[in-house]
Write a protein that binds this ligand. Structure first.
Ligand code: ADP
Length: 456
């Protein structure tokens, strides 16, 4: 837009200046010609009278010569092309080739016009010369305007150079002005491009030095951001409150169901199956509510994280044992004998690893083991959770950490879940000062890598 506006305004300006310059040039040329035209036409008008007067005293031939000599000056050339082809002219300098050429070119009467011969310019007019009813030949009067024309040409050249310089300066000034005027719009578009729910409450434009219309637009944007931020806050509070309110009664229901399943021995198989299904659904709903509650707390900045140095090897062994017991899957552990110390929240890190192992279980064949690999670097400790499952398409790998994002509803339908697990993982790992990434090949498997700051 900036380039287009600059080019458009400059082109309009160039056309305007060009038109004025051309019109001025044409006008000046006309004035130059008109001034000399009047002079030579007057001479042409009066010469027959002069010849008549002189011929009263002398012969017609001498009268003609005297009249020509009388009217000829340094710049005005008068000659008569006689009927026999000879020219009557006053002392023509033989070296004046331009004048000789001009004379040889003139053969018939002509209205006044400019002739360019070499680097010389002449305004010439020509008419029949009639004296006492006798046509003596063709009378030509030429005015040498080379000097004026040269002055005029150099004036036009200078005018062109000045116009060009003015055009360049004005183009630069216009470009700077347009750039400055569009700066606020660029800020608005940058803000719209980069804003996320996390900085919805702080991101504002606050434009002070901008055109009134742009300031108005910025104010409207700021007001819209205020409303969005308020709505987002309300929604966050609502989700937090609902999750909190539902979790407690559901936990009680699940507790009752578990105790009935454990204690009652006289249940019929269909009754037991129904109660088991109800207990499973209650458990997964409690997990979902817990995830929602965690996310709402993290968004509000109330997520409780207690960072302390802990031995990663022990924690991973504990998690692997738990996962093997509850998920009935083989989990292999690759770790060195040396102790790896990390700074993390014990229970939150367990939650992270269990979530990743849960996914590995859900999205891979039960025959394949899941591997937990520990690595220690200078300033960090790394945990890889590897499976040989479905894998994740490359173009979706950066999206799976977003809330409620699921790769493919068809493949996910049987696994349950609602796309919150990995966003919880990322939120927790981020708040422990670490990072989580994924490397995956479709049909071959995935490796989730958690990196945490070392406490060594
Ligand atoms: P969900 O509750 O759907 O598992 P997650 O946030 O844990 O939600 O995961 C998001 C999506 O990422 C899942 O729906 C799944 O398609 C994909 N995904 C996560 N982990 C794996 C994995 N180990 N292998 C293949 N796909 C995975």
């Amino acid at each position: 837009m900036q380039v287009r506006l600059t080019i458009g305004i400059t082109a309009a300006f160039a056309v305007g200046v060009g038109t004025i310059a051309m019109w001025t040039t044409w006008q000046m040329q006309q004035i130059l010609i008109d001034g000399n035209k009047q002079n030579i036409e007057q001479i042409a008008e009066r010469l027959p009278g002069d010849v008549e007067v002189y011929s009263e005293m002398y012969s017609l031939e001498i009268g003609l010569q005297k009249a020509i000599a009388n009217r000829t000056t340094g710049k005005t050339l008068v000659w008569v092309k006689r009927n026999d082809g000879a020219n009557s002219v006053k002392n023509l300098v033989p070296s004046d080739k331009a004048a000789i050429t001009l004379m040889s070119l003139m053969r018939s009467p002509l209205s006044t016009r400019v002739y360019e011969i070499g680097d010389r310019y002449f305004v010439v007019c020509g008419k029949f010369l009639q004296v006492k009813g006798q046509r003596l030949g063709l009378l030509f009067v030429a005015q040498d305007i080379s000097y004026e024309q040269q002055m005029f040409s150099s004036l036009v050249r200078n005018l062109g150079i000045v116009s060009l310089i003015a055009l360049i300066i004005i183009t630069i000034a216009i470009a700077i002005y347009i750039k400055k005027s569009l700066q606020p719009l660029r800020r608005i578009s940058q803000l719209a491009e980069t804003i996320s729910v996390n900085d919805l409450s702080q991101a504002r434009l606050h434009l002070h030095r901008a055109p009134t219309e742009v300031k108005e637009l910025a104010r409207t944007c700021d007001m819209m951001l205020d409303r969005l931020s308020e709505a987002w806050e309300q929604q966050r509070q609502f989700v937090g409150n609902v999750s909190h309110e539902l979790r407690t009664p559901l936990t009680i229901v699940q507790g009752y169901l578990q105790s009935v399943l454990k204690r009652e021995t006289n249940l019929t198989p269909p009754q037991r199956e129904a109660l088991e299904t109800a207990a499973m659904e209650a458990e997964s709903t409690i997990r979902l509510l817990q995830d929602l509650l965690d996310l709402a707390r993290a968004d509000a900045g109330y997520l409780h994280i207690q960072i302390e140095p802990l031995v990663l090897n022990d924690l991973v062994i504990e998690v692997a044992a738990m996962a093997m017991q509850y998920r009935s899957r083989i989990i292999t552990l690759e770790t060195s004998h040396e102790q790896i110390l990390v700074k993390a929240d014990h229970s939150r890190l367990k939650q992270v690893l269990l979530n990743l192992i849960d996914n590995a279980v859900k999205y891979s064949d039960p025959h394949f083991a899941i591997a937990l690999v520990l690595e220690s670097k200078a300033e960090s400790a790394i945990i890889h959770v590897c499976d040989r499952g479905l894998g994740i398409p490359l173009q979706q790998q950066h999206l799976i950490f977003e809330r409620f994002y699921r790769v493919d509803e068809v493949r996910n339908r049987s696994t349950g879940g609602c796309g919150l697990g990995l966003s919880i993982v990322k939120t927790l790992v981020d708040s422990m000062g670490g990072s989580v990434t994924v490397r995956s090949t479709l049909g071959e498997g995935s490796t989730f890598t958690v990196t945490l700051p070392s406490a060594a």
